[in-house]
Each structure stands twice: as C-alpha cells, then as structure tokens.
Design a binder for this molecule. Structure first.
Ligand SMILES: *Cc1c(COP(=O)(O)O)cnc(C)c1O
Length: 359
C-alpha cells in the first residue's frame, strides 16, 4: 500500500509517473529492453532527453539564450562547479547565508575564491530572510549566490534579490517547478532532482550563454558547463534513468496544467497546513510569517519528548517521514508537487487527533 511520504528527499513522486515507469520497465517503446539498458547515444534515448529538455523549457519559459544541462554529482557538486566556472581565484563572490544549505555552499566556495557573505541569518537561527532593501551586493562580484528555499529550515524567499549586472545564482533544489519564476532574472539556476524532479543522481543546471566558457584552468570537463553544453550533457554516460523519469515528471506537470496550476495547488496546500498549525494553540512554526516555505514545513510541539511518539503514530496512520532534520529536531512535512492535497488533509486531521490525545 502506498503511504503519504513527507520525506525531504529523496521524496515522493507522482503516482502516474511511477505507474508509467512500471508499465514500461521491461519493454520500453517496443524495444524489448528497459530504458536503463539502451545506449544513451541511441536515437530513441536522445529523443527522450530532447523531449525532457523541451518540456522543461516550456514549463519554465526558459529563454533561448539559456542552456539546460543534465549533470551528476548532485547540488553539492554544483557548490564546487559554480566557483570553478564563474569565478577566478582572486575574484569575490557574494553569498547570502540563510540556512544549512547556504552554509555548505559558502564553505565549499571558500576553497576556490573570495567569499563575501552579504547577509547572514545565523542570529535568527535561520528563521527569516534578509529584507530586499538590506542587500548590498559587492560591485564587480563574480556572482551572487542564494538559496531561494532552505529545505531544512523551511525558509523561502518571498522575492528575487536584485543583483544589478552581477549574475544571480540560485540553488533551487527544493522549490524548482513549484510555481512560475522569471528565469531571465537569473544567471544560473541549479537543482538536485530528488525533491521536485525525479530520482537522485541527476542535477539540473540552467545557465545563461554568456556564463559559459569561463571555467578556470584545471576544471574537470564533466563540471565545465561549456564542455557539457557542447556535448548536450553527454560528454560521458549521463544518468539515463534519471533523465527518463524527469521527462515523465515534466510531462505530468504539463498535463496537470503547468506551473500556474501547480503553484496554485501548492499555495493552497501550504496555507491549509500553516493555518492548522497557527490555529491549534499546540503546534508551532519556527519560521517568520513572511518567508514560510511552500515546500518544507517544520513545526514543533510543546513537549519535545513526544516528538518520537508523534512520528511513530503518524507512520502507523500512513503518514511517513515526518521527523525533522537531525540537526534541528522537531517535525517537518515536505509537501512537494507530488504530494496531493489529500495528503495534507490527512496530516492535518492526524495532528488534530494527536493534540486531543496528548495536548
Ligand atoms: C537536498 C539539497 C541539496 C543537496 O543535494 P545533493 O543532491 O544531496 O547534493 C542542496 N541544496 C538544497 C537546497 C537541497 O535541498
């Protein structure tokens, strides 16, 4: 039996996507083979990769002067690839520190260029974001990096920072495709697949043409955006199964009405859950009201000793993986695109019962 899976990542996938993958697993497109067993250079697979890219371009309205790359090494690999490609050793890159993932990106970039942290939310215990007006980008910075949605803290920017002529770089691992965005505001967008796209092992990079061809000497070709773009992400064997599933997910998103419809659904899901938390007099959200994530919803209860009980009883009720991240405790419900409203409603009703019994 399928459960409602609230894991932060790898995360739940849409049931129709899994059903299609199951139905095609042994005999894909009449080939007598699984898609995992065909050459990445075969006509049929190249068509799958091209269709996946086209569907992604349609969903996000990606302008023609951006390349779409399907790479490996996760978002973490991009923490390294970004300074290697976009900054020389003496250059300065601006970073916003709004949570655990920003922090990791910052510490990795420090190994390769000068890093200036122009906003730091450590003091708020990563419960808020800097105001748009407070940001003062460094003139001539190589790029400005931020994390629009902090998966662990549950903090999501309600605005896109202005970086002037400096390329804006965004780690959208946990909120890509969750609502419409204006890609032209960004120099580079990257996202590990395992939250809102597909299986882990695939990372998506959307990069503006003028940022290609700047990798520093010694950059490994598989992490050189220009080298990868030249080979349509197939300089070596790509994660074919991940690309195939991503394509099925993109097609599903289009059938569901695209990002306007998905965004509307996500807004409703998040509003329902936060309203239940706020009106309970029992559950609490640690995040400032103006920057609560639509995708990752952390919450606490007055007696932390009951957290384990909450998660165990929830799992018994078919609501899986509600434990907060090991670094912050509490609970966290990740409600990505693939989580239906019914899953959120089931969680809210469980929370009400739990409160009655223990509150
Ligand atoms: C999950 C996540 C990462 C790490 O992704 P990996 O694929 O494990 O490297 C980085 N940034 C954000 C915002 C994430 O949610």
């Amino acid at each position: 039996m399928r459960v409602f899976n609230f894991a932060a990542g790898p995360a739940t996938l849409p049931l129709p996507v899994l059903e299609q993958a199951r139905d095609e697993l042994l005999d894909w497109q009449g080939s007598g083979m699984s898609v995992m067993e065909v050459s990445h250079r075969s006509k049929a697979f190249v068509a799958v990769a091209q269709q996946a890219e086209q569907d992604l371009r349609d969903l996000l309205s990606i302008p023609a002067n951006y390349k779409v790359l399907f790479l490996q090494g996760g978002a973490t690999g991009q923490f390294t690839a970004i300074p290697l490609n976009l900054a020389g050793p003496e250059a300065t890159a601006d970073y916003l520190n709004t949570g655990a993932w920003s922090k990791k990106a910052i510490s990795e970039a420090k190994r390769f260029c000068k890093v200036k942290v122009i906003a730091d939310e450590t003091a708020s215990n990563y419960s808020s974001v800097p105001t748009a007006e407070s940001l003062q980008p460094t003139p001539d910075a190589a790029y400005l990096h931020y994390t629009p949605n902090e998966t662990i803290g549950g903090v999501e920017f309600p605005y896109v920072p202005s970086s002037g002529d400096t390329p804006l770089v965004a780690d959208m691992s946990s909120n890509i495709l969750s609502r419409p965005i204006d890609v032209s505001r960004f120099g580079l967008i990257y996202a590990g697949a395992q939250k809102n796209i597909g299986p882990s092992g695939l990372v998506l990079v959307i990069v503006r043409d003028d940022l290609l061809g700047k990798a520093r000497a010694g950059t490994p070709p598989i992490w050189d955006y220009e080298a990868m773009a030249k080979e349509a992400s197939m300089l070596n064997t790509p994660p074919t199964f991940g690309i195939y599933i991503a394509g099925v997910v993109f097609a599903w998103l289009k059938r569901e009405g695209g990002l306007v419809a998905i965004g509307e659904r996500n807004r409703r899901k998040a509003e329902r859950l936060y309203a239940a938390i706020d009106s309970s007099g029992y559950y609490q959200s640690p995040v400032a009201a103006n920057c609560r994530s639509w995708m990752n919803v952390p919450f606490t209860i007055p007696n932390p000793e009951l957290e384990k009980t909450f998660c165990t009883e929830a799992a018994k009720a078919g609501l899986a993986n509600l434990e907060g991240h090991r670094s912050v405790g509490g609970m966290r419900a990740s409600i990505y695109n693939a989580m239906p409203l019914a899953g959120v409603e089931a969680l809210i009703s469980f929370m009400g019962e739990f409160q009655q019994r223990h509150g």
